[in-house]
Design a protein around this ligand. Structure first.
Ligand SMILES: [Zn+2]
Ligand SMILES: [Zn+2]
Length: 233
């Protein structure tokens, strides 16, 4: 399973768009996070053609991860006649997100939540894992299991030990992790990744670039990879 990225930047990255990814299996789509340009991006690559079910997983409620959510929900309902399904990480997560959507004018009948353990998209399952990022928000990474092939998607976090455990876990094939080159930020500092003993860079895909605007180029010179499928328009 390879995620397709519609953006690779943190909130202040003006070149790479907001970090978000999707996976399409036949007529079903799983979207992970929903930044500002999400709807335009999905339409521009015809990702919404022939879709019958649309699932949305949200790592946390920072604006760069949910700013496009209302537009996607409206479009799916009013143009595609699809009620999107939001994956509930925890009951508190559902309550917070419902409140935000209500405040921006999205009717509750335009979407529904299902608990994460009820999500199964042709054998793909998802398990939220709490991460440390922003003390005032619940923040999650996701363990994805596609018919036995496991990957980990970090969400936003500064917890390098957690990332290290997934990188060193032989059951995990791919680790998508965020990275930054700012010290003392709520993100993973690039030097901390480089300091992991015997790090297997081949299983890591870096994303959510925060700090220098050429960080995505610098990390490739250091031997790291970006996701295989990137569509930033
Ligand atoms: Zn972010
Ligand atoms: Zn964040």
């Amino acid at each position: 399973m390879e995620l397709t990225f519609l953006g690779l930047g943190g909130a202040l990255n003006i070149n790479l768009g907001n970090n978000m990814a999707f996976y399409k299996s036949h007529t079903q789509v799983l979207l992970i996070d929903c930044g500002e340009s999400c709807l335009k991006q999905l339409i521009s690559i015809n990702a919404l053609d022939n879709v019958t079910e649309f699932y949305i997983a949200i790592t946390h409620n920072h604006a760069d991860h949910i700013a496009g959510l209302a537009n996607i929900i409206w479009y799916l309902n009013l143009v595609k006649n699809i009620q999107p399904i939001i994956i509930q990480n925890t009951p508190a997560h559902q309550k917070d997100l419902t409140q935000i959507l209500t405040l921006v004018g999205v009717k509750q009948e335009f979407y529904k939540f299902i608990p994460y353990n009820q999500f199964n998209m042709n054998g793909l399952t998802i398990k939220p894992v709490k991460t440390k990022h922003e003390p005032t928000l619940e923040c999650f990474g996701f363990l994805l299991n596609d018919n036995g092939e496991k990957s980990y998607y970090s969400g936003d976090t500064y917890d390098v030990e957690q990332i290290k455990n997934y990188i060193n876990n032989p059951e995990i094939k791919t680790v998508y992790t965020e990275v930054c080159d700012l010290k003392n930020s709520p993100h993973i500092y690039i030097e901390e990744l480089l300091n992991i003993d015997n790090i297997d860079k081949s299983k890591i895909r870096l994303m959510h670039f925060t700090g220098s605007l050429d960080l995505h180029i610098k990390v490739q010179k250091l031997g790291f990879k970006l996701p295989k499928n990137i569509i930033i328009k």
